[in-house]
Design a binder for this molecule. Structure first.
Ligand SMILES: [Zn+2]
Length: 340
C-alpha cells in the first residue's frame, strides 16, 4: 500500500536530516530518532471541539466544516456518542486517527464509561477512518458494527481509496491513520442494548450508498442517519439513489417515532428531514419532468435550477457549486430508468 512507501521515504528523510544514518552508539540515540520519525509519519493532534448534548443519551462532536482541508485536518463529519448504563457506543468515528483521538479525549469530559462498540454507517472514509483510535484505546476485539456491504467495501478498494484520498486532501495531516474495518455484520432489525437505552439498526436498501445503516436511539427519539440526510450540505451521491432515498425516508418515518434527525454533516434537529427531502424532490421531480419533455442530460441542470425548491438552496448549501451538476446527472439517469 502507498502509505508504506510514504513511511519509508519519510523515514529515510528524517534519518538523513539527522545525519546519523550509521553509527548509533546507544539505545537512547535510537529512541530519539524513532520518536523523531514517529512525528514525521503521524500528523499532528486535532484541536478539541466541544461535546454537544443532543438528548438524554446522545452527545455529538460537531464538525464545523463540511469538506476536508489541510487546515481542518479532515474534521468534516460529526462523531456521535450514545451513552448508556453499560458504556458508550460511537456512531461514526471521523476521518482520521487524530480526529477520533480528539473525540475520545472530549468524551472523557462527559463520562468515564468505556466505549463498548462502534457503528460505521457506511463506507465513505469520514465515517470510519477513526476506528483505529478506538481499537488502540479499547482493544482489537472492540465490536465494530456495519452492514456487510460496508465491511467488504472498506476491506477492498473503497477502503484503500479513502485512506489515501484523506491523506492527500489534508496535505498529510491524517498520516499515521491505518485501515481498521468493521468486524461484525449487522442488518435491518438488529438491536444493540446499553441497558437503559437501545440502538436499533434500520436498512432499507440503497439510499446514500447500497449499504447504509441508520441507527435509531429508541428511547430518545433520535435517528442517526449517517449521510442519508444532510443538513445544508451536498456532496458524494455517486453511489446513491433518489428513489431509494425517498423510500428509505418513508420507511424511517413509518417505523419510528423520531423527534431529532441527526446527520453526519451539519446540525441535528427536527427539521433536517424536511430540508433534505424538499431539495431532493425538487431535483428528482424536475429531472422526471425533463425526461418527459425530451430535454437532454446537458439541459437537465438548467431545468432543475428553474425549480424553486432547488434554486433557493444554492446560497445556504455547502458544496453546492462543485456537486449540484453531479447530483442532477444522477437524478436524470435514474429518472430515465424510471420512465423507460
Ligand atoms: Zn457519505
Amino acid at each position: 500500500m502507498i502509505p508504506v512507501t510514504r513511511r519509508f521515504v519519510v523515514a529515510n528523510g528524517a534519518l538523513a536530516a539527522g545525519g546519523t544514518v550509521v553509527g548509533f552508539n546507544s539505545m537512547g540515540a535510537l529512541a530519539d530518532v524513532a520518536a523523531e520519525i514517529d512525528q514525521f509519519v503521524k500528523g499532528p493532534p486535532v484541536k478539541p471541539q466541544p461535546v454537544k448534548r443532543i438528548s438524554a443519551h446522545v452527545f455529538m462532536i460537531q464538525a464545523p466544516d463540511g469538506f476536508p482541508t489541510p487546515e481542518n485536518q479532515g474534521l468534516m463529519s460529526n462523531v456521535t456518542f450514545v451513552i448508556g448504563e453499560k458504556g458508550v457506543i460511537v456512531v461514526d468515528t471521523g476521518a482520521s486517527l487524530q480526529i477520533a483521538e480528539m473525540a475520545l479525549r472530549q468524551l472523557k469530559t462527559v463520562t468515564d464509561k468505556p466505549v463498548v462498540g462502534v457503528v460505521n454507517t457506511h463506507y465513505h472514509g469520514d465515517h470510519w477512518l477513526g476506528n483505529q483510535a478506538l481499537v488502540e484505546a479499547y482493544g482489537d476485539d472492540l465490536p465494530r458494527y456495519a452492514h456487510r456491504g460496508t465491511r467488504l467495501a472498506i476491506e477492498g478498494a473503497q477502503g484503500a481509496f479513502w485512506h489515501e484520498a484523506m491523506i492527500k486532501w489534508t496535505n498529510e495531516a491524517t498520516l499515521g491513520t491505518r485501515i481498521v474495518p468493521p468486524n461484525i455484520d449487522v442488518d435491518h432489525g438488529y438491536v444493540l442494548s446499553l441497558g437503559d437505552v437501545h440502538l436499533k439498526i434500520h436498512h432499507y436498501g440503497k439510499a446514500h450508498t447500497p449499504s447504509d445503516i441508520i441507527v435509531e436511539v429508541v428511547e430518545d427519539g433520535v435517528m442517526c442517519v449517517g449521510d442519508v440526510l444532510m443538513d445544508r450540505r451536498i456532496a458524494n451521491m455517486d453511489d446513491g439513489s433518489y428513489p431509494g432515498t425517498f423510500s428509505t425516508l418513508d420507511s424511517l418515518v413509518e417505523h419510528s417515532h423520531t423527534q431529532i434527525w441527526l446527520p453526519a454533516h451539519g446540525n441535528a434537529g427536527p427539521g433536517v428531514l424536511a430540508w433534505h427531502r424538499t431539495l431532493f424532490e425538487g431535483i428528482y421531480q424536475s429531472c422526471l419532468d425533463a425526461v418527459r419533455q425530451g430535454i437532454p442530460l446537458e439541459g437537465a441542470l438548467a431545468h432543475a435550477l428553474q425549480d424553486e425548491r432547488v434554486s433557493s438552496r444554492a446560497k445556504e448549501t455547502r458544496g453546492w457549486d462543485k456537486n449540484i451538476g453531479k447530483y442532477v446527472s444522477l437524478a436524470y439517469l435514474e429518472a430515465e430508468q424510471a420512465l423507460f
